[in-house]
Design a binder for this molecule. Structure first.
Ligand code: ADP
Ligand code: MG
Length: 248
């Protein structure tokens, strides 16, 4: 009898050879991801850095099952995300994944409080603490407003509160501090850093190298390929690698 590996040695997320193209014109396709391998273990925060257009957002979408991959495989625990049915994907997105979009994606007709509570309500087993999540991001006083009444930075924080309230095992965050001032950005980063312990993990896309350096591991992307994986790097080390790759 073969012993199955201990649960903790199975990565929370495992991607192998992920490729993705987008159509360009009528016949051509441009490669955006060229064979990406990535592992995210439980309790880990992994940051992804790379120049604009290097494929960071596309990679997050593919890892979260929001975009189909052309080739390769994406495993969420033991489950294949690539090629899963829409119903399976919807269920996993509801129960196991959280996504902080670069564009926030709040529902305009709902209050901030309702927006934050919605994913948690859909995943019926959870008791949403929308107020607590809003307090954590400094938006307690804005719970009754509509997203349109908030600034970009406030909407970004509401999008983060929405994920915190749902509390999924795996959170993807695409430039979650992009619209925030330094102080508020530091609060959000602390929240995401603190989230990634035990059975919870975070994948953070950022162009802020200090933010990237808060992660356990940093993946450097360039032209849709992983050019380096750094373990607990300093921001200076990330900069050195990114720059060396850029000028190579
Ligand atoms: P990043 O997040 O690193 O800035 P993206 O993943 O957004 O990069 O984009 C990577 C490349 O893919 C860019 O060249 C972009 O123009 C292209 N791209 C992204 N989304 C689409 C799409 N829906 N259709 C066609 N091309 C796209
Ligand atoms: Mg992007």
């Amino acid at each position: 009898m073969t012993a199955s590996p201990p649960l903790s040695s199975v990565p929370m997320l495992r991607a192998r050879g992920v490729t993705k193209t987008y159509p360009a014109g009528r016949r051509d396709r441009v490669p955006v991801l060229r064979g990406i391998d990535i592992d995210v273990r439980a309790g880990e925060m992994v940051s992804i850095v790379g120049p604009s257009g290097s494929g960071k957002s596309t990679l997050l979408y593919c890892l979260a099952g929001l975009e189909p991959v052309d080739d390769g495989e994406v495993l969420l625990g033991a489950d294949r995300i690539d090629g899963a049915t829409p119903a399976q994907l919807a269920k996993w997105r509801r129960d196991r994944l959280g996504f902080v979009f670069q564009s926030y994606n709040l529902i305009p007709s709902l209050s901030v409080r309702e927006n934050v509570a919605l994913p948690a309500r859909l995943a019926k087993h959870r008791t949403p603490d929308a107020e607590g999540a809003l307090r954590a991001v400094g938006l307690a006083d804005h719970a009754g407003k509509r997203p349109g009444e908030l600034s970009g930075g406030q909407q970004q924080r509401a999008a983060i509160a929405r994920v915190l309230a749902a509390g999924p095992p795996l959170v993807f965050a695409d430039e979650p501090t992009g619209a925030l001032d330094t102080t508020t950005g530091a609060v959000v980063l602390d929240l995401l850093r603190g989230y990634a312990i035990g059975e919870r993990s975070v994948v953070l896309v950022t162009h802020d190298l200090d933010a990237a350096a808060r992660a356990d591991r940093t993946v450097v992307l360039r032209d849709g390929a992983v050019v380096a994986q750094l373990v607990r790097p300093t921001s200076a080390e990330i900069l050195a690698v990114a720059h060396a790759e850029a000028s190579a």
